[in-house]
Structures are given as structure tokens and as C-alpha cells.
Design a protein around this ligand. Structure first.
Ligand code: G6P
Length: 474
């Protein structure tokens, strides 16, 4: 059986070294480990976009962008050399500045969105970028192959591919939330309909939790007037039926623990212990992403120190905020705001022998794995989040037991709400109170909760998550 995977970001990226040669880096994440497990005997091809000039150079080494055929040790990967301007408009303007904002409810509506002629031009680019993926998949797929398309970048691909290759079995998976109809309707009518109809080209659509699947079904009902069966989880539109399923991506516990047990992590752990001393450790780990709600999270820590002076000098907040999407002005401004507030907290409360907040903006995976193991409280408070794997990784790596303060708007809350301390992400005062309660939980209580959280977090590891999506196409 042949399986093709399509995603914007592929499993590898390239960078030109000082001597001019291209060096390759492998990415991590659920999709990579899910695929690694696909049965041998399966013929796999991963189609992705070149994301940088160096990626484009690598892609051009083979006429069809086959990295493996150009001599790279990637497995079968086809990297699409999409013209830079087209890519920029599709990825930054439409996918990340529009669709991401819609699904995460991120607009301040008095000023945005603003769909004008420039946006129409960018939408053309998004269409062309989706067509490039559909073209490559259609070209490389054998008769009856399974194609698994990932995320909001590629919402039009299922429809385009269905048209060109009706023999294929097509799935699409959304790693983000899905907007409710009233918010989805901010999009221009024709574009909203095109996105929904593009998705409905698939045989199977996967979401991370019931809420996002239900929101999608409501959009199909209210916006397209499609026939929706919420119990069966099907949408019938223009004579075709698409099934909608929920696959709650979890953590591969043994693999994560093995990685967290290595020497580089132990080294970071020693350094962190030094920094934190015998104080309680309050941890957050995010990409510096608007939807992650870092600013309100820090504001809640401020309010905790203000209202509960007993914690001053007895807790350290470690905030890892790693760079993300820095091409976008909003993200750069948000990063500056996070840094400003962090400095203000330290100015306000810091003393000669206590730094209340340590903000780290340089990505260091080993240090994140170390911090999980030391944390007393982990705070995950997104405005809205497809799943949030930090909320799942923390409990898995915490042997002594770590309390989880979790936004009710994260997909992970569907599985973790019994043992996490749940917050409304917009309510800073409530979040501050929850931080206090989390810090006060007894070690036994924390440990018991973390154990149950860890069990829930590992219920559907990436290998099974991916296998379920393939099985849904049988
Ligand atoms: C998060 C989301 C994914 C998305 C990815 C893209 O991980 O959960 O849905 O595909 O971000 O991030 P990127 O850095 O490639 O823009």
C-alpha cells in the first residue's frame, strides 16, 4: 500500500554552512514519530514545502524536489520549490495571519480583519500553493493510494485532489481548533465556502477533540447548508459524504522518558536546580505565539505575588518563550510585550537574593525536558489551542508530581480536566488564584493527579494516532 503525507513543514530543513555546503536538520513532533512507525512494507512519500532559500536550493537538486533522490538521507521526501512570493503570501498572510487567527479567535475586530484587494491577491497565492501540493500528490500517487493531508495551510488540497484523482482515498487532519460559525463568517463568503468545500473533498476529516469537530459540522450546516448528521459524524454535500472523526493525539511516554533521561538533560537539570534553589518552581513552556496567552499568564503571576505576599522569595517562575513566526509584526510586538512585562515583574518584586521570574527566549529542548522534571506547577493557559502537548508532556515527565493549571480552551482539557486545575484564560485574577491553589496542593495530591494525567496523556501515542487515520480510510 502506498501512503502519501502532505504538510507545509516537512521532516527536515536545510541551512547553508560557512563552507557553502547544505546541512540538514531533522524536525521532531508527533507526525514524524507517527510516520516512523508505519509498517515496513508501506511505501511512504512525504510532500512538504521548501520554507527558506536553503530549502529551495536543496529542493532544486532533483527535478521533482525528491530529496532522497538528490542523495539526502531523508526517507522519501518531496520538497516543493514554491516561488518565494507565492509561499510568503500563502503561509504568512493567509495561513498564519488569517486562518490561524480565525480558528484561534485572535482578532481585535474594530481594526481587523480587513479583507481588501491585497487579501484577494494573497488568496490567489494560497490557491496556487494548494494547487502545487495537489499537483505533486496527484503525480506521485499510485492508483488507490491513501493521502493524509495536514492542517489549515492545505485546506483546499482534498477538493483539488479529489477532482483530479477520484481513485485516491483522502484524509485531512486539523491540528488547530476550528472556529464556530459566527466567527468563521468573518471570512469573505466565497472564501469561507471554498475552504469548507475544499475540506469536504476528503473521505475523512480528523480533529483533536469533539469541540473542534462539532464546530466544523456546524459551519457545514450553517454556511454551506450541507446535510450534517452529528451523531454519525458525517457531512453530505453535493452528493458526496465525508466522515468526521476525533483522534486525540497524545504522547509516546517511553520515547519521551528515554530522551529526558540523557546526559544533556541531566546537565541542564543541574543548572536549573542551582537557579531555583529550594523554592517551588512554576513553569511555562510555549512558542511565543499570540494564542498561548503568555502576557495574561505573566500578569496572573504578578497578581499572585501581589495578593499572596507569602509566596515572595518562595517561588520562581521559569518562563520559556521560544521564537515563532518572527516574520509577522504582531508576533514581534507580542515578544516585546512579554519581555517588557517580565522585566517589570522583576523590577517590582525582585530582591538582592531572589529573582521572581526567569524568562528564556532561546529554544533549548533539553532544557525544557529538564524543567518538566523539576516543576512543581505547570501553567498552560492558551486563549484557544488545538490540543497543547506541553500540558501532556509535563505530567509524563514529572516523577515527583507536578500540578497542572490548564485553560479550559485547550483541546487537552477534554481529557485532562478531572485532574488539572482549570481556568478561563481571559480571567487573570482567577488564574492567579489557581496558581496559589496549585502551589498549595499537597505532594501526595500532586503526585496522584500527575499519575492520572500522565495515563490520560499517553492514551493515544502518535503511532496509534496515525494508524487510526489510515484505518479510517479503509
Ligand atoms: C502548531 C500547530 C500546528 C501547526 C504548526 C505550524 O504546532 O499546532 O497546527 O501546523 O504550529 O507552525 P509553523 O512554525 O510551521 O508555522
Amino acid at each position: 500500500m502506498q501512503v502519501l503525507v502532505a504538510s507545509n513543514r516537512g521532516p527536515v530543513s536545510f541551512r547553508r554552512a560557512e563552507d557553502g555546503t547544505l546541512t540538514m536538520r531533522r524536525g521532531g513532533g508527533g507526525l514524524v514519530s507517527g510516520l516512523a512507525s508505519v509498517a515496513s512494507g508501506t511505501d511512504l512519500l512525504w510532500v512538504c514545502a521548501a520554507l527558506s532559500d536553503d530549502d529551495r536550493t536543496a529542493a532544486r537538486q532533483d527535478p521533482e524536489g525528491r530529496l532522497d533522490k538528490a542523495g539526502h538521507d531523508t526517507g522519501a521526501v518531496r520538497m516543493l520549490d514554491i516561488p518565494e512570493k507565492t509561499f510568503h503570501r500563502a503561509y504568512n498572510s493567509v495561513a498564519n495571519s488569517t486562518l490561524w487567527f480565525i480558528h484561534h479567535l485572535l482578532y481585535a475586530t474594530p481594526t481587523a480583519p480587513h479583507f481588501d484587494a491585497v487579501f484577494r491577491r494573497d488568496w490567489q497565492a494560497y490557491t496556487a500553493y494548494n494547487a502545487a501540493f495537489a499537483g505533486a500528490l496527484g503525480q506521485d500517487a499510485e492508483q488507490g493510494a491513501k493521502v493524509v493531508v495536514q492542517d489549515y495551510h492545505l485546506a483546499l488540497v482534498p477538493g483539488m485532489l479529489r477532482e483530479a484523482r477520484p481513485d485516491l482515498r483522502i484524509a485531512h487532519f486539523s491540528h488547530t481548533p476550528w472556529a464556530p460559525p459566527a466567527y468563521f463568517r468573518l471570512l469573505p463568503d466565497d472564501i469561507g465556502a471554498a475552504l469548507l468545500e475544499g475540506m469536504l473533498g476528503a473521505d475523512h476529516l480528523g480533529f483533536l477533540c469533539d469541540r473542534w469537530a462539532e464546530a466544523f459540522l456546524s459551519c457545514c450546516d450553517e454556511i454551506l447548508g450541507a446535510r450534517v448528521d452529528p451523531v454519525a459524524g458525517t457531512v453530505t454535500h453535493r452528493g458526496r459524504t465525508t466522515r468526521v472523526g476525533v483522534h486525540a493525539l497524545g504522547i509516546d511516554g517511553p520515547e519521551l522518558r528515554e530522551r529526558a533521561g540523557r546526559a544533556d538533560v541531566a546537565e541542564r537539570m543541574a543548572a536549573l536546580r542551582e537557579q531555583v534553589g529550594d523554592r517551588q518552581l512554576l513553569l511555562r513552556i510555549d512558542r511565543t505565539e499570540l494564542s498561548k496567552n503568555i502576557v495574561r499568564g505573566l500578569a496572573a503571576y504578578w497578581e499572585l505575588l501581589l495578593n499572596h505576599p507569602e509566596w515572595r522569595g518562595r517561588v520562581v517562575h521559569l518562563a520559556f518563550a521560544y521564537p515563532s513566526r518572527t516574520d509577522l509584526a504582531e508576533y514581534r510586538a507580542y515578544t516585546a510585550e512579554v519581555e517588557r512585562l517580565a522585566a517589570e515583574i522583576n523590577d517590582e518584586f525582585g530582591t538582592d537574593d531572589w529573582t521572581p521570574l526567569i524568562l528564556e527566549v532561546k529554544d533549548d529542548y533539553a532544557r525544557s525536558l529538564a524543567a518538566y522534571q523539576l516543576a512543581d506547577v505547570l501553567v498552560v493557559n492558551p486563549i484557544r489551542d488545538g490540543m497543547n502537548l506541553v500540558a501532556k508532556e509535563g505530567p509524563v515527565l514529572s516523577d515527583k508530581g507536578c500540578a497542572l493549571v490548564l485553560s479550559r480552551e485547550a483541546g487537552a482539557a477534554a481529557e485532562l480536566s478531572d485532574d488539572a486545575l482549570i481556568v478561563n484564560p481571559f480571567d487573570v485574577s482567577q488564574t492567579a488564584e489557581m496558581l496559589n491553589q496549585a502551589l498549595l496542593l499537597s505532594p501526595d495530591d500532586r503526585k496522584a493527579r500527575a499519575k492520572r494525567l500522565s495515563d490520560a496523556a499517553t492514551a493515544l501515542p502518535p503511532t496509534r494516532w496515525f494508524a487510526e487515520q489510515l484505518a479510517a480510510l479503509d
